[in-house]
Ligand binder design. Structure first.
Ligand code: 13P
Length: 249
């Protein structure tokens, strides 16, 4: 269960949130792993407050380069210096606002792996793309670029997040059935790479709330969640993680 803070947080309020998450996460059972992907300026704070806890921390994007004249970019190795575990790549907000191509997203995922970090590769269709036909075509294009650029061994080290663009921040989640259909498709694509498809966690993201979490996570191919707005409220994030714990029992 990974929180994506997006561009939210300030040093004072983060301290309370991170401390609370660290406290309740240790009581979770059934192999529920908890992470938070914070804005880069708060990496040192996350490291200081989380390193004694079970909660891992991460970043929300990374450069496709290792170093050089790329003003404003952050290299995977720089994040690694702050004890980072997760690197979100290809979030739909970056694909849309920063025109990131599937090939660029694949490069970023590889840079994360090179730095021994775990890329969380986001894929998902817009409402228009869904209404034009099946979302699978769009997902396949986004996913193939990443899977084709990796060995089976590398594929086994990534995380995938299915986030339908129309469900992000809208309060309107995909139904459990809609999500499961796409997750099963993602799993079939993974199986074709020769990697053990079962070892790659496939997360669902898009308006996950305490009220819908259990139904979503009960689906066979939904292994966890990438949580936006609700991860900023300790109580909601905890309730979502508890829902996952219940379903795994
Ligand atoms: P919301 O949970 O706010 O819909 O955001 C989902 C998301 O984009 C997580 O990466």
């Amino acid at each position: 269960m990974v929180g994506n803070w997006k561009m939210h947080g300030r040093i004072k309020e983060n301290a309370a949130l991170l401390t609370e998450v660290a406290a309740w996460a240790s009581a979770l059972q059934n192999d529920v792993h908890v992470g938070v992907c914070v804005p880069c300026p708060y990496l040192a704070q996350s490291q200081a407050l989380l390193s004694e806890s079970v909660v891992r921390w991460g970043i929300q994007d990374v450069s496709a380069h290792t170093h050089g004249a790329y003003t404003g970019e952050v290299a995977a190795e720089m994040a690694a210096d702050f004890g980072v575990t997760y690197v979100i790549v290809g979030h739909s907000e970056r694909r849309a606002y920063h025109r990131e191509s599937p090939e660029l997203v694949a490069e970023k995922a590889r840079r994360a792996l090179d730095a021994r970090l775990t890329p969380i590769v986001c894929v998902g269709e817009t409402l228009e793309q869904r209404e034009l036909g099946s979302p699978e075509r769009v997902i396949a294009e986004q996913l193939d670029a990443v899977l084709d650029a990796m060995t089976a061994e590398q594929v086994a080290s990534i995380v995938i997040a299915y986030e339908p663009v129309w469900a992000i921040g809208t309060g309107k989640s995909a139904t459990a059935e809609q999500a499961q259909d796409v997750h099963a498709f993602v799993r079939s694509k993974l199986a074709k790479t020769g990697a053990a498809a079962d070892v790659v966690p496939v997360l669902y993201g898009g308006s996950v709330k305490p009220e819908n979490a259990q139904e979503l996570f009960a689906q066979q191919d939904i292994d966890g969640g990438l949580i936006g707005g609700a991860s900023l409220k300790s109580k909601d994030f905890l309730a979502i993680c508890q829902a996952a714990q219940t379903v795994l029992q």
